[in-house]
Write a protein that binds this ligand. Sequence first.
Ligand code: C2E
Ligand code: MG
Ligand code: MG
Length: 524
Amino acid sequence: MSAPDPRLRKITRSKPGQHPWLAVESVLAFILVVLAAVHSIHFVLPHEILDTILTAQMAGRLELASAAVTLVIAIAICALIAERLKIQSVMQDELRLRQDTDLVSGAATRGCFLDDLKRAVADHRKRGSVALVIIDVDHLKQINDALGHGAGDDVLGFCTRIARQAFPGARVGRLGGDELAVFIRSDETIPERYVTEACSTFLATLREGLFIANRRQAVSASLGVALAPAHSDNANELLSFADLALQEAKRGGRGAWSVFSPEILADARQERFIERELRAAILLGQLSLHYQPIMDADGALNSLEALVRWQNPVRGVISPAEFIPIAEKSRLIHELGLYVLKQVCDDLETLPNVPVNVNISAWQLAHDTFLKDYVGVLTRTNVSPDRIVLEITESAMLDTSDDFIERMDAIKSAGFRIALDDFGMGYSEFNQLRKLPFDIIKIDKSYIQNIGTDVVTDTFVSAVTQIACKMERTVVAEGVETEDDRVRASVAGCRLFQGYYHQAPASRADIVALYCAKALADVA
Ligand code: C2E
Ligand code: MG
Ligand code: MG
């Protein structure tokens, strides 16, 4: 899209019907009518009267003058009418342009872009090709939240401009909130390499960033590429393939591109299968729980962690590591969380009398009904919130924004305790450790199993335990598999221990047999 015609700004400001030249045209038309009237006096008045008023010479001159003025005015009116028609057509073009252009980004609107894409794919079905790239601007929400919606709009406009530079001749459209798309068409086959090189150029230029409030803001995006007819000769399918490639790019770490491949499609089908089956398993109550003990320094049971287990009739045992990330992509994770909590509450009566840790996903905290729903389960099952610790896995979702801290404070005010799970996996910073109101910090097993083998691990673990000690928080060592792990974790300052060394996750019945019997024996 080229820059709007400067004349348009002038024109579009005046309302239709109030055109400034309308008055000029009217005056000219009026003069024309007067002249015509004067001219027609010949035919109206009898010759005798005319001859007494005008001499023959005067009449001749008057006629000549009036014919000349009439001609000039007629030309002027024609010119004005031509100009008006020209302006009207420019206005119509502008109106069409406005309807087809997203005013925030300057890209084509979704509807217009998709129509053009469909047409291009159909045109190039027999000869040539189309390359489609879906662009997802990373962290646009955070930019909007931190710098205001104006900044978010600027970023979208910037991305559109850079897309036009990096993909010359391409059509750029806005598909939705933070999603743009680009398609290139050619009568030749577009080489995949050409598209991926353009993707690299696009990302590199985005990284240079734009100025917002006098500060340079780097921008990153994830890109998904699909080619027609190589991947599909149907525009809708091409879109969904590019979208799958985009999801793949996001999974591999943002700020990257990915080209569609049949393997991606197989993975997506597998994901859809798991999502469908998991939904059914939740409805039919086919998920079960295992519990893993968390021990104190004296080897006594401190608490239990509830871990969901799924035995699928077709696929057999499916690990939470496989289905939790899929559930996290939809509201399913919240339904699963409520299912687990309800099961834990039902089990509490028979379990050893210690708190039970329940895993929640940071995505769940974004649900407005999260706390209400969780408290609702406790109320219905008559369980006190101090029996439950909510374990939030460290993730990119954990931020130190006021909104997030408020949500966590509300959870604590409701009586729950909160643990930061898998700390050290790479998302959290010490800053988050200080700012977010966690009661318990669980150090990830990758650190615990390497204590004493490298300096970075040792420094990290002792720094965490020192901060925790100062802030009166408890540190749990996860993945304690050997006596050595336990001793080293203890020396590094951990006070609680969880891992196969003490006990692998086990069914409720096994835990009851192991720990309730032990408690009875201890009393005896
Ligand atoms: P997590 O919460 O960090 O749970 C600990 C994981 O480590 C469990 O894997 C457990 O079986 C395993 N583990 C325990 N001790 C050891 C050890 O000594 N060595 C090793 N190598 N592993 C050990 P699991 O049960 O496969 O769960 C994996 C993850 O899935 C959990 O990690 C948690 O993030 C997630 N998850 C499990 N249940 C739920 C749930 O109900 N809701 C949510 N949102 N996530 C869950
Ligand atoms: Mg956990
Ligand atoms: Mg963990």
